[in-house]
Ligand binder design. Structure first.
Ligand code: FAD
Length: 559
């Protein structure tokens, strides 16, 4: 996959997708698979904005049960199953424990057992979509208090717990690689994609949008990209992108943002994910008491999320502050006495935005209702040639893409085939039997690579693991970047040569995930900058600048 930005200006595409988060990536993939001529532009790096700030969950939709949104439950569970099939290497089942309590009827053991029963009924038959039987979820069970506290002793500190209902949810090893896997497959199927390519203005002729003026962020030059249809999938920026055509409106306008912070901390539990409730009461605009938060085992750390604080600045300015970290730690420690998480237990923190479409702020973990909007502006605003897609979650992005491209296909003169994203696997996910594939890789590579590195390679590169190892052998780059890191030098090389990485941050936080569990050590950064610099022509000063930018990600705003 090459960043061939020149080719974007040379022809008229069927579809120009704006935004390379999970929504835009899925749309580009779907449209390319249908045979449409697709361009995808992303102003930063693929998956670098909201899509890199999630809890990495592919929710099966049980949270819609209290509101009896049965179709939404089935929709989420279906999409969750489809993602096991199309990206088997990036998804894994994690047992969530939902503690039950005596004092609240709806959180009682009976209520939760009944809820699970109903949930299973609604989702009946969906695991059949997962052809690899080894990728199907195990059956959930209920834990009595004795066994629960034996398994997760610190839960005793919470008090009032009468047991726990297990729920198997799907978690992504790397959400950034999920976005990239969609983009890579789209390019494999003919799409032209470029990161660091920013839409500065929509182009229009009368009441029709005909493309966009795109700025190459790396060189500063701008050029028009023409398309029969523009699809705006710019996440929190959708309104900013549409602003150049004042007549464009969303069905439900974004009224503000709420900011969610995650902590990547010392591992407090290595098997179970925990769905817990905060104790703190209302503070400021957002209700902070009784919020759910998750503690999820992830890459030998605990991924803990999320906070929920109002944000009124520009999306460009979001950063984690030391106050965010301290307050969240306080909330966690108050809610789970005995956990005693200290500031020094936090290795990394990141934040993202939930667009709000209501002035009323809810106390749920997710401000997002799970509702998405697909707007045909020809119908709503009498402006043709543009569609906006907003509000997709990782779980629903494939479906949102299917619906968006169905709409697009109906508006385009070019012929296209029906959607095939339910059956056709992503190129890195093209594995029939993951367990067999894993055994084969272990057999083949264990004389050269440690088992943890092989497992990491499979999770990151899936069906392309052989290509990574062969390139590493050929280039003598099968060395770990750091004795404790799973990442190999060859992955840095390939990130630049074949995955469009432009900056050290792209490599450290998105292509390899080297820095997502904490600072990877200066040595690893220097070596990565050397490998990248040789390919991209960085001098010593540029290498230093790139390293400094990565180090900055571990410095949080004071106050
Ligand atoms: C704290 C938090 C936790 C979450 N946890 C989960 C979870 O566990 N599971 C789940 O399914 N969902 C979760 N979500 C929701 C999910 O992450 C988002 O719904 C999803 O990532 C949105 O993807 P997107 O592509 O629409 O937006 P984004 O990822 O924001 O992508 C939009 C892209 O458009 C680009 N762009 C903007 N303007 C321009 C322009 N002018 N030109 C070119 N490109 C442009 C941006 O740079 C950006 O990369 C969470 C969200 C938050 C905030």
């Amino acid at each position: 996959m090459k960043r061939d930005i020149q080719s974007l200006g040379g022809k008229t595409f069927d579809v120009l997708v704006i935004g390379g988060g999970i929504t835009g990536a899925c749309i580009a993939h779907d449209a390319a698979l249908r045979g449409l001529a697709v361009a995808l532009v992303e102003k930063g790096d693929f998956g670098g904005f909201t899509s890199s700030a999630s809890s990495k969950l592919l929710h099966g939709g049980i949270r819609y049960l209290p509101k009896a949104q049965l179709w939404k439950i089935r929709e989420s569970a279906r999409e969750q199953a489809i993602l096991q099939h199309v990206a088997p290497h990036l998804t894994q089942w994690v047992p969530f424990l939902i503690p039950t309590r005596k004092e609240a009827v709806m959180q009682g053991a009976l209520a939760l057992k009944a809820a699970m029963h109903i949930y299973r009924g609604i989702c009946a038959g969906l695991t059949g979509l997962i052809r690899d039987s080894g990728k199907r979820p195990p059956r959930a069970r209920f834990y009595q208090p004795g066994e629960l506290f034996r398994r997760v002793p610190f839960l005793q500190g919470i008090g009032g717990i009468t047991g726990a209902q297990e729920l198997w949810e799907s978690h992504m090893y790397s959400s950034e690689r999920m976005v990239l896997a969609f983009v890579k497959t789209a390019v494999h199927n003919g799409a032209a994609a470029a990161n660091y390519a920013e839409v500065v203005e929509l182009l229009r002729e009368g009441s029709r949008v005909t493309g966009a003026l795109v700025k190459d962020v790396l060189t500063g030059t701008s050029f028009p990209v023409r398309a029969a249809l523009v699809i705006n999938a710019a996440g929190p920026y959708v309104q900013a992108v549409n602003r150049s055509v004042p007549a464009l409106h969303l069905k439900k306008e974004i009224t503000g943002f709420s900011r969610g912070v995650h902590l990547v901390a010392r591992q407090v539990e290595d098997r179970y994910a925990l769905a817990l409730t905060t104790r703190q009461k209302t503070e400021g605009l957002i209700t902070r008491g009784g919020r759910h938060f998750f503690i999820i085992p992830w890459r030998n750390r605990s991924l803990i999320g999320t906070t929920n604080v109002p944000f009124s600045g520009s999306p460009d300015d979001i950063r984690v502050s030391e106050k965010d970290i301290e307050e969240f730690l306080e909330e966690i420690n108050r809610s789970v006495p005995g956990l005693n998480l200290a500031r020094s237990d936090v290795f990394y923190a990141f934040t993202g935005l939930y667009p709000l479409i209501s002035r009323k702020i809810k106390k749920d973990t997710y401000q997002g209702t799970g509702d998405y909007q697909i707007i045909d502006h020809a119908r709503s605003d009498a402006i043709d040639g543009i569609v906006t897609a907003l509000g997709a979650k990782y779980t629903t992005a494939r479906l949102v893409a299917e619906k968006t491209v169905n709409l697009a296909a109906g508006k385009l003169p070019a012929p296209s085939s029906p959607c095939r994203t339910v059956e056709v696997r992503l190129s890195e996910g093209d594995i029939d039997d993951l367990e067999k594939f894993r055994r084969r890789c272990l057999e083949k590579y264990s004389s050269r690579l440690d088992q943890d590195v092989i497992s990491h390679l499979i999770r990151y590169h899936g069906a392309e693991s052989d290509h990574v190892v062969e390139t590493g052998l050929h280039r003598n780059m099968l060395t770990r970047l750091h004795p404790a890191a799973f990442t190999l030098e060859v992955e840095v090389y390939l990130a630049v040569a074949e995955e469009m990485a432009q900056t050290l941050e792209d490599v450290v936080f998105r292509r390899t995930g080297l820095g997502t569990t904490g600072h990877p050590g200066q040595e690893a950064l220097v070596r990565s900058a050397e490998i990248m610099g040789d390919l991209l022509g960085w001098d010593a000063q540029e290498r230093e600048r790139q390293i400094a930018a990565v180090n900055e990600r571990y410095r949080y705003r004071s106050g």
